[in-house]
Write a protein that binds this ligand. Structure first.
Ligand code: GAL
Length: 978
């Protein structure tokens, strides 16, 4: 998203009646995605206006977005996917990033950290459906919105049916589709949907939309094709719900809280109503990208973004979407954001971290938002009638400030009532009674809405062997264990709750814990209580099988985990994560993480317990569960970072530097749709970096000319993307630096190059002698192409033009970027890892580089480029997940962020980000396990580009909330220095 107007979405007339709508399009799908142990099964994916169906069984799609390319440690993909699954998600949505896989036209890499097949296999093994989103355009705040830098040279408007672009993207789709196709549900995998393009809403070309889909089908894509209509673009162009280029299941993107994280606390859905519209009457309502975090547009920090999109927002907007719009397909952006490592970030909106304020942090820790997803996700997964609903008469509220909206399942009559403030903006505390004509009778139900809140209440629901008549507590989940039902309901701490259950005769009610009163009359068992801690009520007799009611608060409900085993579901209280469960004889085996020592309680079909393979001592409680306790993680104390060595570089600035191996930047024409300016000699050389195959990372230029001695100034312009700079030297003399140009003008191809004016000191140039102008230009990443106009995206990077005042001499230019250019020198780390700094080209970032002759460092840097290196050994506790970050600044305090220089951070040769107060608020850089060796030697290398004399702040290794448990992570193979 970029450059969107912040107007609210115009209301579209919903009924887009489609002639050619196949009501239930048959594709072959699984109820449970195949697991490692199940034989691949073919399944059918169909849909109708209510929901998706797998083998004819309705499902509610609860998906979250995760970009495998933002977590370059394949073993950790499983960690994130298991965390999705444990929160009640049944699907993961992912973009496939063309630029990440293709360094050069026709060249693709799907190995190592790019192993898409492995990602899809892992999702299948974890038991998640996949929404595959290969673009070709993906946006996603990644460089070029997923377009490779080389695509700038390809003639023909990108995101159109122009021949040059068509040939390029069809080649990409041909390669990625071939990997996706065998993983479809129809072929035994778990890919359930295929998303064509991305928010393709302005400057559209229906032929292109049609071609993408025809290509997908030709490549064997059989599952329904969907697309994500941009949140407020519908008025401009197509939603692809009908007409040429229409998809089968159109979806809607919505970011109701927008991206002003600094306004968290005051913002409340100003951007659209947050309700996903029905685009077609033959397909389910699909919230294709629903806001679950935010990019940090104003450097407020991601914790502010998490507040902006926290549990209150999630309760109100997600539940409204479910009940007010009747959506049964949800995909939340992002579930886990990760890291835009290397040159992945798009320069305008983001910095290195793509934490996104998501439910799972960049360091893979679970937050209060995760708890909210879990409360809602378990509910969605447990209550089948939600998959087929229509609007229904809502109960009347006694208080006009409290509104009730309702849906009901036409087959079971189960009702779902959304209770919220009538005025969305209100945050008062309101009580009301609902006069509720429920399927089992007419009830008066007291409800409360306190602050920003919304509740989905149930009536007329067959809950396992029970009949729930009505409830003012929200249901989280219910399950049958050992011949009895367990139901977990919850409400806000201190609020009253009422549940009415139907029994043919009076049952026996035993309150095991908490204060709950009960009464029985005319078939209704009514329970009344105040939500506080966890109450437990055992109900037996009355003509039904036993029921254990667990009545919690938001917090105590979130302490439960549900996992399915071959012997039925289990419910667990305690631990910080239950990844999976199985039953072995009389033992429940859990894979679980603990963030601190504490209780573990298990409701399952066995009398013994093992956690992560270790037996746990348990006793049986009055409620029939197993109760034991688990230790927490061991304390972690990473070593201090000492022994830094340093070396200044930038020999390219010196006149005598040998650039004979560099590429001559001598093109006079280009297919990149920008015109370079003329210089003092009347020439207009094309200096754009992509023109010479240097698509990502920093580039050097050396311009040779014969001096006259009359030169007075150098005028330059360079395009770096936002927050980028460039530095210039003349005959080794540092002239200074300038801010690089950013986005092109929206309507013209005026590039707004960053102008630089540098006076030439008198006497520096001698008449008749050769002179060299050296310029180092950053490339902060390529602009996106959100508006599909070719203009922003194709804006080149590098030097745009240079002219010398007081001379008419021609300049002969040489250019040098990443070693090998598009022929990657280091395919394992890929095209976005390094650029053309001397140290990068010489392997100074790599482990094993012999830096013994470098000076001992105190962190002082001068204008130009300076490197620092150190090594450290880790031996972190085994059997636990310890996320480690590199912090710039004192360990406890923070200090001001520095300006005037920027630091590229290389961990064991991997570029894990860029630090500078000029780039963003980030001071902690996540060192992902896999890149970081938790047991062994590690190398840190810092490349500092500075415009000033400065001293770096201290650096420390910071562990984040260690978790006992975790997943096993192997080191990602990549070469060291040779
Ligand atoms: C959406 C877009 C995503 C991402 C998001 C903002 O509009 O489809 O790719 O850019 O906005 O983070």
């Amino acid at each position: 998203m970029n450059g969107r107007s912040r107007t609210s979405k115009p209301s579209r007339l919903l009924a887009i009646l489609l002639a050619a709508a196949a009501l239930a399009v048959a594709f072959s799908v699984p109820t449970q995605p195949a697991t490692a142990t199940t034989v691949a099964k073919m399944h059918q994916v169909t849909y109708d206006r209510y929901s998706l169906m797998v083998d004819g069984q309705r499902i509610l799609l609860q998906s979250a977005e995760f970009h495998y390319w933002r977590l370059p440690s394949p073993d950790l993909w499983r960690d994130v996917l298991e965390k999705f699954k444990a929160a009640g998600f049944n699907a993961v949505s992912t973009y496939f990033d063309w630029a990440y896989h293709s360094p050069k036209p026709g060249v693709y890499d799907f190995t190592g950290v790019r192993d898409v097949d492995r990602f899809l296999r892992t999702a299948e093994q974890v038991g998640l459906y996949v929404i595959a989103r290969p673009g070709p355009y993906i946006n996603a705040e990644t460089t070029g919105g997923g377009f490779p830098g080389w695509l700038k040279r390809v003639p023909g408007r990108a995101r159109s049916s122009a021949p040059g672009y068509t040939q390029a993207y069809q080649d990409w789709l041909g390669h990625i589709d071939r990997l996706i196709a065998p993983h479809q549900l129809t072929r035994g995998g778990s890919v359930i949907l295929y998303n064509a393009e991305n928010e393709y809403a302005v400057n559209t070309d229906a032929q292109y939309m049609e071609d993408i889909q025809a290509k997908a089908r030709a490549d064997g894509i059989e599952v329904p094709i969907t697309t994500n209509d941009c949140c407020d673009a519908g008025s401009w162009s197509s939603t692809w719900a009908s007409g040429k280029g229409a998809v089968q299941i159109p979806g809607v993107d919505d970011y109701p809280q927008s991206f002003e994280c600094q306004d968290a606390g005051t913002t409340w859905g100003p951007w659209g109503e947050g309700i996903t519209e029905e685009l077609r009457d033959d397909a389910p309502v699909f919230a294709a990208e629903y806001q679950a975090g935010a990019i940090d547009l104003n450097d407020a920090g991601y914790d502010a973004c998490r507040d902006l999109t926290g549990p209150a927002y999630m309760k109100y907007f997600y539940k409204s979407n479910l009940i007010a719009s009747g959506a049964t397909m949800f995909s939340y952006y992002m579930g886990y954001g990760g890291t835009s490592w290397g040159w992945l970030p798009q320069p305008n909106d983001v910095y290195t971290s793509y934490d996104y304020g998501a439910a799972i942090t960049e360091t893979r820790r679970l937050t209060a938002k995760y708890d909210e997803f879990k409360r809602q996700g378990y509910f969605l997964g447990a209550v089948g009638p939600l998959t087929k609903t229509g609007t229904a008469t809502a109960p009347a509220s006694s208080n006009p400030a409290v509104q009730a909206q309702a849906r009901a399942n036409p087959d079971t009559s189960t009702q779902f009532v959304l209770v919220s403030h009538t005025d969305r903006a209100s945050a008062t505390s309101e009580s009301a009674t609902l006069d509720w004509a429920a399927p089992d009778g007419r009830y008066t139900v007291p409800v409360r809405v306190d602050g920003r809140d919304a509740k989905v209440l149930l009536a007329g629901y067959d809950m396992g062997g029970q009949r729930l008549a009505v409830s003012s507590s929200e249901l989280m989940t219910h399950l049958a264990v050992d011949g009895r039902d367990i139901a977990l309901l919850y409400g806000r701490e201190g609020e009253p709750g009422t549940i009415v259950l139907r029994y043919p005769s009076a049952p026996a009610v035993k309150v095991l814990e908490g204060a709950v009163t009960s009464s029985y009359s005319s078939g209704d068992l009514e329970l009344d209580y105040t939500h506080s801690g966890l109450a437990r009520v055992l109900i037996t007799g009355g003509g039904r099988r036993p029921l254990l009611l667990l009545l919690g608060t938001d917090a105590t409900a979130a302490s439960f985990w549900r996992a399915d085993t071959g012997d039925g579901p289990v419910l667990v209280r305690g631990t910080s994560l239950v990844r999976s469960a199985s039953v072995r004889g009389n033992t429940v085996d859990l894979r679980a993480d603990t963030g601190k020592a504490g209780d573990i309680e298990v409701f399952g079909p066995a009398r013994k317990l093992a956690v992560n393979g270790e037996p746990v001592q348990v006793r049986t409680t009055a409620g029939g569960s197993l109760l034991g306790s688990l230790p927490g993680p061991s304390a972690v104390k990473p070593p201090a970072l000492t022994g830094w060595r340093t070396r200044a570089e930038a020999p390219e600035a010196r006149p005598g530097f040998d650039d004979s191996g560099w590429v001559a930047a001598d093109h006079t024409t280009t297919t990149i749709p920008y015109e370079p300016p003329t210089d003092q000699s009347g020439a207009a050389p094309v200096l754009f970096a992509e023109e010479y195959g240097f698509d990502h990372g920093n580039v050097w230029y050396r311009g040779h000319f014969t001096a006259t001695g009359t030169e007075t100034a150098v005028s330059t312009s360079a395009i770096t993307g936002k927050r980028g700079i460039y530095l210039a030297w003349l005959n080794g003399h540092y002239l200074g630096s300038a801010a690089g140009g950013t986005e092109a003008d929206a309507d013209t191809h005026t590039p707004r190059p960053g102008p630089g004016e540098f006076a030439i000191p008198s006497g520096l140039l001698k008449p008749g002698e050769r002179a060299v102008l050296s310029v180092l230009v950053e490339n902060m990443g390529n602009n996106d192409d959100w508006t599909a106009d070719d203009n922003r995206f194709k804006q080149p990077r590098g030097l745009f033009g240079a002219s010398i005042t007081g001379s008419a001499a021609p300049i002969a230019w040489k250019i040098q970027g990443a070693r090998g250019g598009e022929n990657l020198a280091d395919p394992a780390r890929g095209p976005l890892n390094t650029g053309g700094l001397y140290g990068e080209r010489s392997g100074w970032h790599l482990p094993g580089y012999p830096d013994g002759s470098w000076r001992k460092a105190a962190g002082a840097v001068a204008p130009g480029v300076t490197w620092l290196r150190t090594t450290f050994r880790l031996d972190l506790p085994k059997g636990q997940d310890t996320s480690v970050a590199l912090r710039f600044g004192a360990p406890g305090g923070t200090g001001d962020l520095p300006h005037g220089y920027r630091v590229l951070v290389f961990l064991n040769g991997w570029n894990v980000g860029q630090f500078s107060g000029d780039i963003g608020p980030q001071r902690d850089f996540y060192l992902q396990e896999g890149l970081l060796r938790h047991h062994g030697a590690n190398t840190l290398a810092l490349a500092v580009i500075s415009t000033t004399d400065a001293t770096l702040p201290p650096t420390t290794l910071i562990p984040t909330a260690p978790q006992r448990g975790g997943t096993t992570v192997a080191t990602v193979p990549a070469p060291g220095y040779r």
